[in-house]
Design a binder for this molecule. Structure first.
Ligand SMILES: [Zn+2]
Length: 802
């Protein structure tokens, strides 16, 4: 056993945290002088590279004349990180000659051809890197602007095992002796644009270390800069403000239903004068922003494509609204190219422009950013569930080599909703790469820390954007074990599996409601148990305990937001209520956890929905609602017969789908299952309207239909009773009934039933004749008219159609 091992007996990995409150690792004194380092560095020419021994630096870190700020920073980062690993102090020098036999040369320069004759750095791309040993020396270098910095960070991560898990948590292996065998690795990131758009990923140091180039990350010159967008997205109105131009040039704006529209729509992209105007605007914007790499000329975040004969003709010819959009974007790209040869013009393939044109190709300096907004993220994108999107990406790839993706990795309606994409992220990034994607924007919870599994997703995505062909399950496991600690990890991994499995049968989009079919009582009760076990297991480590408690907030949010419905379900299942029975007290505990002090660089969550809701407001709102359970679940009768108002043959072949399979929205105030002797099983969901547009609604998911309902074509009846107020108008709406088909990505039935169509008592209303499958959603809601006191949903009745 050598001296250093006695001084630093802990040979297992240690972690370093930017934490104020937690015990820091004792700092090791800087003992070593440059002279000593040089003396110890006399090694035979072919020996391995000796970096440190006995906690003493055995090599010099060398930069070359003409190094960029990022190359000098790379050397500093290397020195600082090697010190964390070995306890030794490393010296950095700029040298033009006399490089010692034991050295790490960081960055390219005049010495490189002499010391590393086989390293042909001149041929390297701007993010390409090399790690190469020659005798006792190691070269860490690459192209400009970022190759050298990436050489250092890949060396530290891939060769030495450093991990930058969170801005406040870096893992350093602990090795007082560090040597290196022969090394010759040339590499580059898999995508040219890499943006794991989660709040923790905006830290500039973290982003550079994990190889992100996102436009929002706080990357500086020392980090080698970033990809800079001018006008990130939705720039039609910013480029052509309607307030300035609509009066004088209404013809520049979308023709919708025969009228030019200057708000909530788009531009008339085939107008010749408008095109030239946009060319000039783009030039002005770019002259204002000399560092921009990409300019966005992209549709607004609305529908409202222009329907004028000229636009319509292009779209007709191309089979997509992308046709008239792309004609404009190509036109702009061609005309700005002489002045801005290095700027790319980005546009969206989004919603109404998602489908690729038949033959119109984007110019070589145009980026198509295809958006996955309609997809299900409980299944991978190459699953048949997402076939429409897969078709579109293949079609776009046939037309362009500059395909970027705007992908979605959280629930934007509820950042705290357990979102079941943990194990599809890897397969999705690989799917993009296989389909020719070169830039990837992974939009997540980007407005504050501590949303559901933020740090996990930021880190795992950053790894996958660098190299998608890594084992993503292994990455998830590694992160969970390192970040939450091994004792808690098994429970958290079980939780991730639980949520993924529960969500698998459903179509889970990015605006999924908190009243969710996969987050019901049984699943949440199990999740609650797992998080309690994780918290108990983490008790010995304050840092890990804090992380576990933050990560547990989403389950607390689910209890608080679905309190009444979950209590009813628990009673129906005869299960005990697993948390504090006082909603007020539980909300106060939850909010206190949100605001518990944490590490430096972190701040408490303050936005929990994209629309801007704050935890303090949410907690106040739920605390103002009734404190304990409100009603006992009603008792159901068995053996309901078919609805008597249907033809005999339909009564015989139809299948009853009772209301206990429904998800109830805004329970209990606006919708709840109530006893009703007239209902077929003695219970129906009663829906009412409230102030400010509130109304009760319910929904039955295709995956929740009885097994006797085989996928196929059905007439769908809703059996409903309408309770009217006095003096009601016959044309007043009573209820709406809609069926959404996720595979077709549209409503396949939509019926508004008026008072005139109703009769006293229950009646069967034909909603539509449709294909039924697991991703159908049968929805019904009160139509929000005061003339209707309540609508009662007894059941759906599905009659197969031959
Ligand atoms: Zn038009």
């Amino acid at each position: 056993m050598n001296c250093a091992q006695q001084l630093v007996p802990n040979q297992t990995a240690v972690t370093k945290s930017r934490s104020l409150t937690f015990h820091p690792r004792p700092s090791l004194p800087g003992l070593i002088t440059l002279a000593l380092a040089l003396m110890l560095a006399r090694l035979p020419a072919q020996a391995k590279v000796m970096i440190a021994a006995d906690g003493i630096a055995r090599c010099l870190i060398v930069t070359q004349p003409g190094a960029t700020p990022s190359e000098r920073y790379a050397a500093e980062e290397l020195a600082a990180t090697l010190r964390q690993i070995t306890g030794a102090t490393f010296v950095t020098r700029e040298l033009a000659d006399n490089v010692p036999a034991s050295a790490i040369v960081v960055g390219a320069g005049p010495l490189t051809p002499l010391l590393f004759p086989e390293a042909n750095l001149a041929a390297f791309g701007g993010e390409e890197y090399l790690m190469r040993t020659q005798g006792g020396r190691l070269l860490l270098a690459g192209g400009r602007p970022r190759g050298t910095l990436y050489a250092v960070y890949r060396f530290l991560q891939d060769q030495l095992g450093v991990r930058y898990y969170a801005p406040w948590f870096t893992h350093y292996p602990n090795r007082s002796r560090l040597t290196l065998g022969t090394l010759n690795v040339r590499g580059k990131p898999a995508f040219e644009y890499r943006d794991p758009f989660w709040f923790p990923a905006f830290d500039g140091d973290w982003a550079a270390r994990n190889g992100s180039t996102g436009a929002t990350a706080r990357l500086q010159a020392k980090h080698g800069g970033q990809v800079t967008y001018k006008g990130f997205v939705h720039t039609f109105y910013p480029l052509v403000p309607p307030a300035t131009h609509f009066k004088t040039h209404p013809e520049w704006f979308s023709l919708v239903n025969g009228k030019r529209v200057g708000e909530g729509a788009q531009l008339c992209t085939t107008d010749p004068q408008l095109r030239d105007f946009i060319v000039e605007q783009v030039k002005i914007w770019l002259r204002e922003t000399p560092g921009a790499n990409i300019i966005s000329v992209s549709q607004n975040d609305h529908a409202g494509a222009c329907e004028c004969p000229r636009c319509a003709a292009v779209d007709e010819r191309e089979g997509s609204h992308a046709g008239s959009l792309l004609e404009l974007v190509n036109y702009v790209a061609e005309r700005i190219e002489p002045e801005f040869p290095n700027v790319l013009v980005d546009t969206l393939a989004y919603q109404y422009t998602r489908k690729a044109p038949k033959s119109l190709r984007p110019r070589h300096n145009v980026i198509i950013r295809l958006c996955s907004i309609e997809c299900s993220f409980a299944q991978p994108l190459d699953d048949p569930t997402n076939e429409l999107f897969a078709r579109d990406i293949r079609d776009w790839h046939r037309l362009t080599d500059r395909l970027y993706i705007w992908d979605y990795t959280t629930d934007f309606s509820h950042y705290l909703l357990p979102f079941p994409n943990y194990y599809v992220l890897g397969s999705n990034v690989r799917f993009f790469h296989r389909n020719g994607v070169v830039g990837l924007f992974e939009q997540g919870a980007y407005q504050s820390f501590s949303n559901e599994m933020s740090e996990l997703r930021a880190w795992v995505l950053a790894q996958l954007l660098w190299n998608p062909y890594q084992d993503d399950r292994k990455l998830v496991r590694e992160f969970v074990e390192a970040y939450y600690g091994k004792p808690a990890a098994r429970f958290i991994l079980e939780y991730l599996g639980l949520i993924s499995k529960a969500a698998k049968p459903y179509y889970v989009g990015i605006g999924h409601p908190d009243a969710s079919p996969y987050l019901r009582f049984a699943t949440l009760a199990q999740a609650e148990r797992l998080w309690q076990q994780a918290e108990d297991a983490a008790q010995g480590n304050p840092e890990q305990l804090w992380r576990v408690r933050q990560a547990r907030l989403p389950i607390g949010y689910m209890w608080l937001s679905q309190w009444a419905g979950l209590q009813r379900e628990g009673r129906e299942l005869s299960q005990p209520w697993p948390i504090n029975p006082s909603r007020k007290a539980y909300a106060a505990q939850w909010l206190a956890t949100v605001n518990e002090p944490g590490p430096l660089g972190w701040a408490p969550m303050n936005i929990m929905r994209e629309s801007g809701q704050k935890p303090v407001d949410f907690a106040a709102q739920v605390a103002s609602e009734p404190d304990t359970s409100l009603y006992a679940p009603p008792t159901r009768r068995a053996g309901a017969s078919a609805p008597g108002d249907l033809p005999a043959n339909e009564q015989q072949t139809g299948i009853s789908v009772q209301d206990d399979r429904a998800i109830i929205f805004r329970e209990p105030d606006f919708a709840r299952p109530d006893p009703d002797p007239l209902a077929s099983d003695g219970v129906a969901i009663r829906m009412v309207a409230g102030p400010n547009g509130a109304r009760g609604a319910m929904e039955i998911h295709g995956a929740k239909l009885p097994q006797t309902v085989r996928p196929g074509r059905y007439q769908i009846y809703y059996v409903v009773r309408v309770e009217l107020a006095d003096g009601v108008r016959p044309d007043a709406p009573a209820f709406s009934a809609r069926i959404f088909d996720h595979l077709a990505a549209k409503y396949v039935a939509d019926r508004l039933v008026t008072v005139a169509e109703t009769t006293p008592g229950y009646r069967s209303y034909l909603v539509g004749t449709i294909e039924v499958h697991p991703y159908s959603r049968l929805w019904m809601g009160h139509a929000h008219d005061d003339a209707v006191k309540a609508v009662w949903f007894d059941r759906a009745f599905l009659v197969p159609v031959k």
